[in-house]
Write a protein that binds this ligand. Structure first.
Ligand SMILES: [Zn+2]
Ligand SMILES: [Zn+2]
Length: 263
C-alpha cells in the first residue's frame, strides 16, 4: 500500500491548501493512507511567536478538522492525525498533553537543537561541525524517548553542505549516531521527498544528501518515503515518488510503507 505520513497544513504558515484538498490529492496520488504531521506548536515563553508552526490555540481546530475528514473519507482512505515535532526535553509533558488531545503519532523533525526562541534553524548554522554533532545528539535523545514513530529528514544538517567534501568526519559521526539509535529502537528513517522534488525541479535544498545515504548504508536501517507535502500537488508527483523508490532500491535499503504506530 502506498502511504504517506508527512503532510502539512496552512496552519504552519508556509504550506497552502485546505485540509480536504490534501486528502483528495492523496486519493488522486494512489495513497491508501495519509497522515497529517503539521509542525507542532510549542508554548514558548515571553510571548514568542514562531513563524513556521501553528500556535497552541490552533491545535484543537487542527485535530477537529482532521477527525471530520477521517470520518468522511473512512471508506476511501485512512487519515491519521499526527505532528512533526522536535524533541525538547522541557516540552515533553506538552507532547503528552497533545497525545491526550487526540494526536495519534509524532514524527521527529529536529529543525532546531533547542527551542527556536533561543536557537537557530539547523541548516542555517550546520556548516559548523560542532552544530552537526549537537543536532545528532538531540535527534538521538528524541529517538530514545519512544515518543516518535519515525525520524524525518535525518540528514537535515546537510542543508548547507552540498559538495562531496562537505560530508566530513563529524557528518559520518552524526550519521552513525542517528542510524544506530534508530536501528536499536526499531525506528525507520525518512527519505525526504520534498527535498527530492526540489532537487528534480532544479532548486535543491541539500537533502536528501547523496553522501549521507551512501555512507549510512552499512547500518541497514529501514527507510520510509515521506512526501513532506506543503501543497496538495506534491501528493500527485508520481515522478518524485518513483525516483525515491528507485534510489532506495539502488542503495539497497529496506523500504517500508507503514511504520509501527503507538496503540
Ligand atoms: Zn521538517
Ligand atoms: Zn515537514
Amino acid at each position: 500500500m502506498k502511504a504517506n505520513y508527512h503532510t502539512h497544513t496552512f496552519r504552519c504558515m508556509h504550506a497552502q491548501g485546505e485540509d480536504e484538498a490534501f486528502v483528495q490529492a492523496a486519493l488522486e496520488g494512489g495513497f491508501g493512507e495519509i497522515g497529517f504531521a503539521d509542525h507542532g506548536p510549542w508554548p514558548f515563553p515571553d510571548g514568542f511567536v514562531s513563524r513556521s508552526r501553528m500556535t497552541c490555540p490552533q491545535l484543537p481546530g487542527y485535530i477537529a478538522s482532521l477527525q471530520e475528514l477521517k470520518r468522511r473519507y473512512a471508506d476511501r482512505i485512512r487519515v491519521r492525525i499526527g505532528l512533526e515535532s522536535e524533541y525538547y526535553p522541557c516540552y515533553r509533558d506538552h507532547m503528552l498533553r497533545e497525545k491526550d488531545a487526540g494526536i495519534e503519532y509524532f514524527i521527529l523533525g529536529q529543525h532546531n537543537v533547542e527551542p527556536e526562541n533561543v536557537c537557530p534553524y539547523v541548516p542555517s548554522v550546520s556548516r559548523d561541525d560542532e552544530v552537526v554533532l549537537r543536532y545528532a545528539d538531540a535527534v538521538v535523545k528524541g529517538i530514545c524517548t519512544g515518543l516518535f514513530t519515525y525520524v524525518a529528514h535525518p540528514d537535515l544538517f546537510m542543508g548547507p553542505r552540498r559538495a562531496p567534501e562537505d560530508f566530513t568526519r563529524a557528518c559520518e559521526e552524526a550519521a552513525d549516531m542517528i542510524c544506530q539509535a534508530a536501528r536499536e529502537q526499531g525506528m525507520p528513517l525518512e527519505y525526504n521527498l520534498l527535498g527530492l522534488m526540489n532537487e528534480m525541479d532544479g532548486c535543491p535544498r541539500g537533502y536528501p544528501s547523496a553522501p549521507f545515504w551512501e555512507y549510512a548504508r552499512k547500518h541497514h536501517n529501514d527507510v520510509i518515503l515521506g512526501v513532506d507535502a506543503h501543497i496538495p500537488l506534491a501528493l500527485t508527483r508520481f515522478d518524485v515518488w518513483q525516483e525515491g523508490v528507485h534510489r532506495l532500491e539502488t542503495l539497497g535499503y529496506n523500504r517500508i510503507e507503514v511504520p509501527v504506530f503507538p496503540d
